[in-house]
Write a protein that binds this ligand. Sequence first.
Ligand code: CDP
Ligand code: CDP
Length: 223
Amino acid sequence: MDAQRFIIIAIDGGAASGKSSTSRGLRDRFSLLRVDTGSFYRSITLTLLNADIEPKSDQNLADALEGLKLETIIENGDAMISIDGWIPDESIRSERVNHHVSEYAALPEVRKRLLEYQRNQVQVAKANGFAGMIMEGRDIGSVIFPEADVKLYLQADPEARALRRAKEGIVDSMTKRDRIDSTRKNAPLMRPEGSILIDSSHMTLDEVIEEAGKHIEAVLKRD
Ligand code: CDP
Ligand code: CDP
């Protein structure tokens, strides 16, 4: 039998739609490198907040972004960004970052700074022997990898999402983030063309992973 070819899976959706937990399950089942691009936007946001750079397109922002050295470290199958040697921790999930991340992520300069870095994760995955890559975010199937082998779009109704966050004990401006993310000019959150829609409002995590896994199996069998 031929060696399995490298597969790319894109997974997009709003806040608390289940991207991270679903992609962790798929990472383990298919030996994929998992790339959580939300953590990249969160890490850049915290870096800019700490440097007192305001979320607006000006020279201060351009200079700050240009100076950043971005590298990748792999931890338990996840690609972690390192910014000037700093490896982000739980502070990127704080209320402060939740509150501001969408403002910074809407800036074209910020998105441009992360574009090639995100695409380069394919090389990182290949160089480290992964069978493929699963990348989650808001514009993965639409902008970063429109040619991905499988494109998943997760959604869940607002009640289910609010309940999930409450269970996690996290304070999050989810509705506000979703509004900014969906209406920005640059790479807005949308259901990508050719994507598979999974509404997880009334599904357990295992059911979502099972459903998504079927689509990945189908692609692997086809090749
Ligand atoms: O985990 P959750 O879905 O709540 O958020 P996240 O994936 O950590 O993303 C945090 C924020 O980063 C989002 O609300 C977007 O503003 C931004 N983001 C983005 O603009 N593009 C991506 N590909 C990923 C995240
Ligand atoms: O990454 P994203 O913000 O899209 O969502 P997540 O962090 O994967 O999921 C948010 C919370 O919802 C986690 O605590 C998951 O365990 C939970 N979840 C769930 O209860 N049922 C699902 N089908 C998916 C996620």
